[in-house]
Design a protein around this ligand. Structure first.
Ligand code: NCD
Ligand code: ZN
Length: 345
């Protein structure tokens, strides 16, 4: 009998469901194994107000084939957000927060924020109505070395958290020890999401022995010292760190290209990839905190009695997924992972 572990159905607190032909595929890859998932608003036509957020919610909900799945949506921060988007949105359990993209920092972020200080009025409303701020924490100065962009953004976060001490702030997909240290030092209202790739990869895994386009995402994976700090934060069970895959599908021809897109598709296999890492670190007892309890408590999410069971049995990640006449290559394609999903209850 192989070893089993059963936990409450997890939450993915950062995922890209896209739109058009990719929507059904991306939503169901997540919906199969997750209770909640926070859908990012960086569509080609970004989700910039409450009305658009509800429309996007309906699109996601209508393609989901799983009744246990509860999507959550976000608004994309621009100077055009109105107080009413925030006062009404904060009361709506389908809307979880507002996402700040520094302009130009990542995929579909050209409508993002130029000068963050210009948004302080909006942060004041968010603090007043208690609507969380989700942050892509990298400076967008193109001259700044790509490996330093997250560390240098921390000054911006220090200003935000000092000026708005009651604002809930989530530092998304952290990739540096500096980010881990910042979150640990901050109040209970500051948290971070952690992806599977930032737990298991360092920059050699991206660049050494051949360029690996399917290990390329933003923030880019960093030196081993940073990977270790992130892994330890996840394995510690500390309530300020929780699961957010940042699963971000791009078609194979856009990844394997002379100018490849940033983003790693991990939705269907992220859970067992995380689980294998927790197991190797002797931290299986912290897996439920990281993947369910910490985010449920931070965001006051509704709870579920549904559970998912994993078994310690080898699983091989499939080489690719067909979506229409295109292909998506998953994270760790063709590789073997020591855990698999046994059953959902
Ligand atoms: C994301 C995407 O493709 O939308 N890409 C990524 O590398 N993570 C955007 C993001 O979260 O930065
Ligand atoms: Zn993302």
């Amino acid at each position: 009998m192989s070893e089993l572990i059963t936990i409450k159905l997890p939450n993915d607190m950062h995922v890209h469901f896209r739109e058009g032909n990719l929507l059904d595929f991306a939503v169901n890859a997540t919906a199969e194994h997750f209770h909640h998932a926070v859908a990012m608003p960086n569509l080609k036509d970004p989700v910039t107000n409450y009305k658009k957020a509800l429309e996007y919610f309906d699109q996601i909900d209508s393609v989901s084939r799983y009744s246990h799945f509860k999507p959550l949506v976000t608004m994309y921060l621009t100077g055009d957000i109105k107080e009413i988007d925030i006062s009404e949105g904060a009361l709506d359990p389908r809307l979880i927060g507002i996402k700040l993209y520094p302009a130009g920092v990542t995929t579909n972020s050209s409508n993002g924020v130029g000068n963050i200080k210009d948004c302080y009025k909006i942060f004041e409303w968010m603090e007043k109505y208690d609507l969380p701020l989700l942050v892509h924490g990298e400076v967008n100065n193109p001259e700044t070395d790509i490996f330093d962009r997250e560390k240098l953004f921390i000054d911006e976060l220090i200003s935000i958290t000092q000026n708005f001490p009651k604002l809930r702030v989530i530092f998304e997909h952290i990739s540096t020890k500096d980010a881990v240290d910042f979150v640990k030092k901050s109040s209970d209202l500051v948290a971070a999401t952690i992806t599977p790739q930032h737990i298991i990869l360092n920059r050699n895994d991206l660049l050494s022995g051949g360029l690996k386009p399917h290990h390329y995402c933003l923030p880019v994976v960093k030196r081993e010292i940073h990977r270790k700090a992130i892994a330890e934060a996840a394995f510690s069970g500390n309530k300020s760190f929780f699961l957010g895959t940042d699963s971000a599908p791009h078609y194979k021809n856009q990844k394997q290209s002379s100018c490849g897109c940033a983003g790693i598709f991990s939705a269907s296999t992220a859970l067992v990839i995380y689980l294998e890492a927790f197991d190797k670190a002797g931290a299986l007892d912290k897996f439920e905190d990281f993947s369910v309890n910490n985010s449920t408590n931070f965001y006051n999410l509704v709870k579920t009695d549904k559970k998912i069971t994993f078994k310690k049995e080898q699983f091989e990640v499939q080489p690719s997924y067909a979506v229409g006449d295109q292909e998506i290559i998953p994270f760790m394609a063709n590789q073997k992972i020591s855990w698999s999903v046994a059953k959902e209850l």
